[in-house]
Design a protein around this ligand. Structure first.
Ligand SMILES: [Zn+2]
Ligand SMILES: [Zn+2]
Length: 267
Protein backbone atom coordinates (compact mmCIF):
# COMPACT_ATOMS: atom_id res chain seq x y z
CA UNK A 1 0.00 0.00 0.00
CA UNK A 2 2.72 2.45 1.01
CA UNK A 3 4.64 1.63 -2.11
CA UNK A 4 1.58 2.21 -4.25
CA UNK A 5 0.96 5.56 -2.66
CA UNK A 6 4.56 6.57 -3.07
CA UNK A 7 4.40 5.60 -6.71
CA UNK A 8 1.26 7.66 -7.15
CA UNK A 9 2.80 10.70 -5.50
CA UNK A 10 5.88 10.33 -7.65
CA UNK A 11 4.04 10.84 -10.91
CA UNK A 12 5.15 14.20 -12.23
CA UNK A 13 2.38 14.85 -14.70
CA UNK A 14 -0.85 15.74 -12.94
CA UNK A 15 -3.89 15.17 -15.11
CA UNK A 16 -7.31 16.63 -14.49
CA UNK A 17 -8.55 13.33 -13.17
CA UNK A 18 -5.49 12.55 -11.11
CA UNK A 19 -5.19 15.98 -9.49
CA UNK A 20 -7.98 15.61 -6.91
CA UNK A 21 -6.80 12.10 -6.04
CA UNK A 22 -3.26 13.32 -5.67
CA UNK A 23 -4.39 16.20 -3.50
CA UNK A 24 -6.41 13.82 -1.36
CA UNK A 25 -3.42 11.55 -0.89
CA UNK A 26 -1.15 14.48 -0.08
CA UNK A 27 -3.71 15.66 2.43
CA UNK A 28 -4.06 12.24 3.98
CA UNK A 29 -0.32 11.60 4.01
CA UNK A 30 1.79 14.67 4.62
CA UNK A 31 5.44 14.34 3.59
CA UNK A 32 7.58 12.70 6.21
CA UNK A 33 11.28 12.77 6.99
CA UNK A 34 12.83 9.75 5.23
CA UNK A 35 14.91 8.91 8.29
CA UNK A 36 12.71 9.41 11.37
CA UNK A 37 9.22 9.83 9.93
CA UNK A 38 8.60 13.30 11.42
CA UNK A 39 6.24 15.43 9.35
CA UNK A 40 8.13 17.83 7.10
CA UNK A 41 7.06 20.55 4.67
CA UNK A 42 8.45 19.13 1.43
CA UNK A 43 8.49 15.73 -0.25
CA UNK A 44 11.71 13.78 0.33
CA UNK A 45 13.11 16.44 2.68
CA UNK A 46 14.83 15.55 5.94
CA UNK A 47 13.64 17.14 9.19
CA UNK A 48 15.98 19.66 10.85
CA UNK A 49 17.48 17.30 13.47
CA UNK A 50 18.12 14.52 10.91
CA UNK A 51 19.51 16.96 8.36
CA UNK A 52 21.97 18.31 10.91
CA UNK A 53 23.16 14.75 11.63
CA UNK A 54 23.88 13.97 7.97
CA UNK A 55 27.61 14.23 7.43
CA UNK A 56 28.07 15.25 3.80
CA UNK A 57 31.35 14.17 2.30
CA UNK A 58 33.04 17.38 1.17
CA UNK A 59 36.48 18.94 1.42
CA UNK A 60 40.00 17.53 1.10
CA UNK A 61 40.21 13.84 0.23
CA UNK A 62 42.51 11.05 -0.92
CA UNK A 63 43.40 11.60 -4.58
CA UNK A 64 42.81 7.94 -5.33
CA UNK A 65 39.82 6.68 -3.35
CA UNK A 66 38.20 9.92 -2.20
CA UNK A 67 38.50 9.16 1.53
CA UNK A 68 37.97 12.51 3.27
CA UNK A 69 40.90 13.95 5.24
CA UNK A 70 40.47 16.07 8.33
CA UNK A 71 43.29 18.35 7.17
CA UNK A 72 44.18 19.39 3.66
CA UNK A 73 47.25 17.36 2.70
CA UNK A 74 47.49 18.67 -0.84
CA UNK A 75 45.87 17.67 -4.10
CA UNK A 76 47.87 14.51 -4.77
CA UNK A 77 47.87 13.14 -1.22
CA UNK A 78 46.91 9.49 -0.77
CA UNK A 79 45.39 7.76 2.26
CA UNK A 80 47.31 4.97 3.99
CA UNK A 81 45.31 2.21 2.31
CA UNK A 82 45.91 3.61 -1.19
CA UNK A 83 49.60 4.14 -0.42
CA UNK A 84 49.84 0.45 0.44
CA UNK A 85 47.82 -0.68 -2.59
CA UNK A 86 45.87 1.35 -5.12
CA UNK A 87 42.24 0.21 -5.39
CA UNK A 88 41.04 -1.31 -8.68
CA UNK A 89 38.48 1.48 -9.07
CA UNK A 90 39.11 5.16 -9.81
CA UNK A 91 37.64 6.73 -6.73
CA UNK A 92 34.52 6.73 -4.61
CA UNK A 93 31.93 9.46 -4.67
CA UNK A 94 29.81 9.14 -1.55
CA UNK A 95 27.02 11.52 -0.63
CA UNK A 96 27.36 11.11 3.12
CA UNK A 97 29.49 9.44 5.75
CA UNK A 98 27.83 6.34 7.17
CA UNK A 99 25.95 7.25 10.36
CA UNK A 100 22.57 6.74 12.06
CA UNK A 101 20.54 8.85 9.63
CA UNK A 102 22.20 7.43 6.50
CA UNK A 103 21.69 3.96 7.96
CA UNK A 104 18.00 4.52 8.68
CA UNK A 105 17.33 5.46 5.06
CA UNK A 106 19.19 2.43 3.69
CA UNK A 107 17.44 0.11 6.14
CA UNK A 108 14.04 1.31 4.99
CA UNK A 109 14.99 0.88 1.35
CA UNK A 110 16.73 -2.44 1.62
CA UNK A 111 15.01 -4.34 4.36
CA UNK A 112 11.78 -2.37 4.75
CA UNK A 113 10.92 -2.47 1.06
CA UNK A 114 10.35 1.30 1.01
CA UNK A 115 11.42 1.80 -2.57
CA UNK A 116 10.51 5.50 -2.40
CA UNK A 117 13.78 5.90 -0.46
CA UNK A 118 15.60 5.37 -3.75
CA UNK A 119 14.19 8.68 -4.90
CA UNK A 120 15.54 10.43 -1.80
CA UNK A 121 19.00 8.93 -2.22
CA UNK A 122 18.99 9.29 -6.01
CA UNK A 123 18.65 13.03 -5.70
CA UNK A 124 21.93 13.24 -3.79
CA UNK A 125 23.71 10.76 -6.04
CA UNK A 126 22.78 12.72 -9.15
CA UNK A 127 24.44 15.80 -7.63
CA UNK A 128 27.77 14.08 -7.03
CA UNK A 129 27.83 11.90 -10.16
CA UNK A 130 30.59 12.85 -12.62
CA UNK A 131 28.94 14.92 -15.34
CA UNK A 132 29.91 12.76 -18.29
CA UNK A 133 26.99 12.34 -20.62
CA UNK A 134 28.24 9.04 -22.06
CA UNK A 135 29.15 7.43 -18.72
CA UNK A 136 27.31 4.17 -18.04
CA UNK A 137 25.47 3.67 -14.74
CA UNK A 138 26.03 0.08 -13.66
CA UNK A 139 24.41 -1.12 -10.41
CA UNK A 140 26.32 -3.63 -8.28
CA UNK A 141 24.40 -6.81 -9.14
CA UNK A 142 22.69 -9.02 -6.59
CA UNK A 143 22.65 -12.75 -6.83
CA UNK A 144 19.37 -13.88 -8.37
CA UNK A 145 18.33 -15.67 -5.18
CA UNK A 146 18.69 -12.44 -3.26
CA UNK A 147 16.58 -10.58 -5.81
CA UNK A 148 13.99 -13.31 -5.63
CA UNK A 149 13.80 -12.95 -1.84
CA UNK A 150 13.87 -9.16 -1.67
CA UNK A 151 11.99 -8.51 -4.86
CA UNK A 152 14.37 -5.85 -6.12
CA UNK A 153 17.99 -4.78 -6.29
CA UNK A 154 18.32 -1.55 -4.31
CA UNK A 155 21.38 -0.47 -6.32
CA UNK A 156 19.41 -0.85 -9.54
CA UNK A 157 16.68 1.41 -8.13
CA UNK A 158 19.32 4.00 -7.21
CA UNK A 159 20.89 3.83 -10.67
CA UNK A 160 17.48 4.36 -12.25
CA UNK A 161 16.89 7.45 -10.12
CA UNK A 162 20.27 8.90 -11.06
CA UNK A 163 19.59 8.22 -14.75
CA UNK A 164 16.25 9.99 -14.51
CA UNK A 165 18.05 13.12 -13.36
CA UNK A 166 21.31 13.03 -15.34
CA UNK A 167 20.17 11.38 -18.56
CA UNK A 168 23.01 8.85 -18.32
CA UNK A 169 22.30 5.31 -19.46
CA UNK A 170 21.72 2.46 -16.99
CA UNK A 171 23.04 -0.98 -17.96
CA UNK A 172 22.03 -4.02 -15.94
CA UNK A 173 23.53 -6.52 -18.35
CA UNK A 174 27.22 -5.65 -18.21
CA UNK A 175 28.12 -7.45 -15.02
CA UNK A 176 26.72 -10.65 -13.53
CA UNK A 177 26.83 -12.04 -10.06
CA UNK A 178 27.84 -15.65 -10.49
CA UNK A 179 28.35 -16.59 -6.88
CA UNK A 180 26.41 -16.00 -3.70
CA UNK A 181 28.78 -14.58 -1.14
CA UNK A 182 28.41 -14.64 2.64
CA UNK A 183 28.66 -11.50 4.78
CA UNK A 184 32.12 -10.02 4.61
CA UNK A 185 31.93 -8.18 7.93
CA UNK A 186 34.60 -9.40 10.31
CA UNK A 187 36.74 -10.89 7.53
CA UNK A 188 40.22 -9.57 6.85
CA UNK A 189 41.29 -8.16 3.52
CA UNK A 190 42.69 -11.42 2.15
CA UNK A 191 39.67 -13.42 3.24
CA UNK A 192 37.31 -10.89 1.63
CA UNK A 193 39.23 -11.08 -1.63
CA UNK A 194 39.17 -14.88 -1.53
CA UNK A 195 35.42 -14.93 -0.85
CA UNK A 196 34.73 -12.62 -3.78
CA UNK A 197 36.97 -14.41 -6.25
CA UNK A 198 34.88 -15.37 -9.27
CA UNK A 199 31.78 -13.70 -7.83
CA UNK A 200 31.41 -11.20 -10.68
CA UNK A 201 31.87 -11.54 -14.42
CA UNK A 202 31.27 -9.52 -17.57
CA UNK A 203 29.52 -11.63 -20.24
CA UNK A 204 31.98 -11.89 -23.13
CA UNK A 205 29.46 -10.52 -25.65
CA UNK A 206 29.20 -7.30 -23.61
CA UNK A 207 32.87 -6.40 -23.75
CA UNK A 208 32.40 -4.24 -26.85
CA UNK A 209 29.95 -2.00 -24.96
CA UNK A 210 32.48 -1.34 -22.20
CA UNK A 211 35.47 -0.59 -24.38
CA UNK A 212 36.96 2.78 -23.42
CA UNK A 213 33.89 3.82 -21.40
CA UNK A 214 33.55 5.42 -17.99
CA UNK A 215 31.44 3.30 -15.66
CA UNK A 216 29.67 4.75 -12.63
CA UNK A 217 29.31 1.73 -10.37
CA UNK A 218 26.27 2.32 -8.17
CA UNK A 219 26.00 0.88 -4.66
CA UNK A 220 24.16 1.77 -1.46
CA UNK A 221 26.93 1.61 1.13
CA UNK A 222 30.69 1.46 0.59
CA UNK A 223 32.20 -0.46 3.46
CA UNK A 224 35.63 -2.02 2.91
CA UNK A 225 35.56 -1.56 -0.84
CA UNK A 226 36.01 -5.28 -1.47
CA UNK A 227 32.77 -5.70 -3.45
CA UNK A 228 33.21 -2.51 -5.48
CA UNK A 229 36.83 -3.45 -6.08
CA UNK A 230 35.88 -6.91 -7.35
CA UNK A 231 33.34 -5.35 -9.74
CA UNK A 232 35.80 -2.68 -10.91
CA UNK A 233 38.43 -5.31 -11.62
CA UNK A 234 36.22 -7.33 -13.99
CA UNK A 235 34.79 -4.20 -15.65
CA UNK A 236 38.28 -2.90 -16.38
CA UNK A 237 39.52 -6.27 -17.53
CA UNK A 238 36.60 -6.22 -19.96
CA UNK A 239 37.68 -2.87 -21.38
CA UNK A 240 36.20 -0.08 -19.22
CA UNK A 241 38.57 2.91 -19.13
CA UNK A 242 37.44 4.18 -15.74
CA UNK A 243 35.26 2.90 -12.93
CA UNK A 244 34.04 5.45 -10.39
CA UNK A 245 32.00 4.18 -7.44
CA UNK A 246 28.86 6.18 -6.74
CA UNK A 247 27.26 5.47 -3.38
CA UNK A 248 24.96 6.92 -0.78
CA UNK A 249 27.08 6.34 2.33
CA UNK A 250 30.70 5.52 2.98
CA UNK A 251 31.92 3.90 6.16
CA UNK A 252 34.82 6.04 7.30
CA UNK A 253 36.06 4.05 10.28
CA UNK A 254 36.75 0.35 10.44
CA UNK A 255 35.25 0.30 13.91
CA UNK A 256 31.73 0.72 12.54
CA UNK A 257 30.78 -2.95 12.96
CA UNK A 258 27.23 -1.88 12.67
CA UNK A 259 27.78 -1.42 8.94
CA UNK A 260 28.62 -5.08 8.49
CA UNK A 261 25.08 -5.82 7.34
CA UNK A 262 25.34 -3.33 4.51
CA UNK A 263 27.21 -2.93 1.29
CA UNK A 264 30.05 -5.34 0.97
CA UNK A 265 29.04 -8.90 1.05
CA UNK A 266 25.63 -8.42 2.54
CA UNK A 267 24.36 -9.10 -0.93
ZN1 LIG B 1 14.02 13.19 10.74
ZN1 LIG C 1 42.65 6.39 -0.61
Amino acid sequence: MLVEIEATRNKGGVTLIAAPIRAAIDFALPPRCPACGAIVSDDDAFCEPCWSKLDFVVGPACASCGLPFELDRGEDALCAACLAERPPHDGVRAAVAYGPVARAVVLKLKHGGRIGMARVIGRYLARIAPAEADALLVPVPLHRWRIWRRGFNQSALLAREVARRTGQEVRHDLIERRKRTPMLGGLGRTARARTLRGAFAVPSEKRAVLKGRTVLLVDDVYTSGATAGACARVLKRAGAARVVVLCWARVLHDSVDDAAGFGDGSD
